[in-house]
Design a binder for this molecule. Structure first.
Ligand code: ZN
Length: 418
């Protein structure tokens, strides 16, 4: 089957995303086509959430730098949304190179990259350009236009609650505020949308809370409305971002590194680079894991934010991610969610080993190999004190295999659920 995730990235590529504005609403509207059950919400500018206030809404008509001598367009935000510093205030002026210079941003070490820079809370304007473009600008004078508005409006986000038979909840959170970058942000959005579609198509034990929010201010707003229920119900959560390339695996633990989410991630991931919450945290886990919130949230990533040279530049583009990377990330998260669904605690009903031959669970031939048989190992450790994941780690087997064995022992009246 053709995997559509890379196509979804392409189709959402040009929406002018930021933490507020038309691009966020276009993105949410696109996502609602993919997942019709998604509910969109809006929070007015000026709303207070803990120590923060929802900023004015930012929208842009156009932004460019022209050579004022001949009218040549030198830099145009239509060519790449990253050219305009995010949340730039409006300007329309003729200026010299010297006057323009403090408003230009480039990366000398990456001469072909446009940097991604924002100023959400301090009013300023600026243009982000490649070093090559900067070097070729000339002396001016320039006609500089940022036709933007910063007005009272809304912060928008999408929320999907998929109820299970149990009120225990899994949180999946991704952010919809990054313009024209693929691995950081957009890859997480499409993998989350795919997971939502998969979860909606299957019977479930657990409840899922799936969020498409602007990073930082979005999670802070959301927590300010839903903190008590989330603290009460969330058993595990993940921030989905940087899941689009196929170069490596990274794991960002929760502050304790020992929550259920961490344990699942560690069980599923092989050969992942383990990052540090102290030095590497960078997305909405900063809010979900903060003191007073303390949700069990970690992050499974491919090339993690701030750990690849293309990060927060125009080089984090649709070529940087791949269908393979997106699919593998989707499968890995699916694996985690399957284990969470199966993560129950099993207990032997009778003392002593079960007579497996009687239950047709033993080949009848006693060899060294058969003693190591999963059935006997599960029977040997299922004392009602370990959940599936701990049991699997002790036995050294994959949790879903152990789950299948435990269920078969359960159907034969040998194990019970605790
Ligand atoms: Zn970012």
């Amino acid at each position: 089957m053709h995997d559509p995730m890379h196509d979804w990235c392409k189709e959402m590529w040009d929406f002018p995303r930021s933490i507020t504005g038309e691009g966020v609403r276009q993105t949410l509207s696109y996502l609602t086509n993919l997942v019709p059950e998604l509910v969109t919400h809006s929070v007015p500018s000026g709303t207070e959430a803990f120590d923060w206030t929802v900023p004015p809404e930012w929208n842009v008509v156009e932004a460019f730098i022209d050579d004022n001598n001949n009218g040549d367009r030198l830099i145009d935000s239509y060519d790449n949304g990253l050219h305009l510093l995010g949340y730039s205030t409006p300007i329309n002026a003729i200026m010299t190179r010297e006057e323009l210079e403090p408003h230009l941003y480039s990366i000398p070490e990456q001469p072909d990259a446009i940097p991604y820079i924002t100023s959400y809370y301090k009013p300023r304007w600026g243009f982000c350009v490649t070093q090559k473009q900067r070097d070729a600008l000339g002396d001016g004078p320039f006609h500089v236009v940022v036709d933007s508005t910063l007005k009272p409006g809304h912060l928008n986000y999408g929320e999907l609650i998929i109820p299970g038979t149990n009120t225990d909840e899994v949180l999946l959170s991704c952010y919809i505020c990054h313009p024209q970058m693929a691995n950081d942000s957009l890859s997480g959005v499409v993998v989350t949308a795919s997971l939502a579609r998969w979860l909606l198509s299957e019977p479930r034990r657990l409840t899922y809370r799936i969020l498409f929010i602007p990073e930082t201010i979005g999670s802070i707003c959301y927590l300010s409305k839903h903190l008590d229920e989330m603290k009460q119900n969330t058993i595990a959560g993940f921030v989905l971002t940087c899941v689009g390339d196929d170069k490596k695996w990274s794991y960002l633990p929760s502050p304790s590194g020992a929550t259920l989410a961490d344990r699942v991630a560690l069980h599923v991931l092989k050969n992942a680079e383990t990052l540090s919450y102290l030095t590497d945290r960078g997305s909405d886990e900063r809010q979900y894991c903060s003191p007073g919130v303390g949700l069990p949230v970690c992050s499974i990533m491919r090339s993690a934010y701030a750990h690849y040279p293309e990060y927060h530049t125009s080089l984090d583009n649709l070529d940087f991610i791949s269908q393979k990377g997106l699919s593998e990330s989707f499968d890995t998260y699916k694996h985690c969610l399957r284990i969470l669904e199966a993560n129950e605690t099993w207990e032997m009903i009778q003392p002593c080993e079960p007579f497996l031959t009687k239950h047709n669970l033993h080949s009848g031939v006693t060899t060294a190999e058969s003693r190591a048989d999963l059935f006997l190992n599960v029977s040997a450790y299922a004392d009602g004190t370990m959940d599936l994941m701990e049991l699997s780690n002790v036995i050294g087997a994959n949790a879903l295999q152990v789950d299948a064995v435990a269920r078969s022992l359960f159907h034969n009246g040998i194990l019970k659920k605790r």
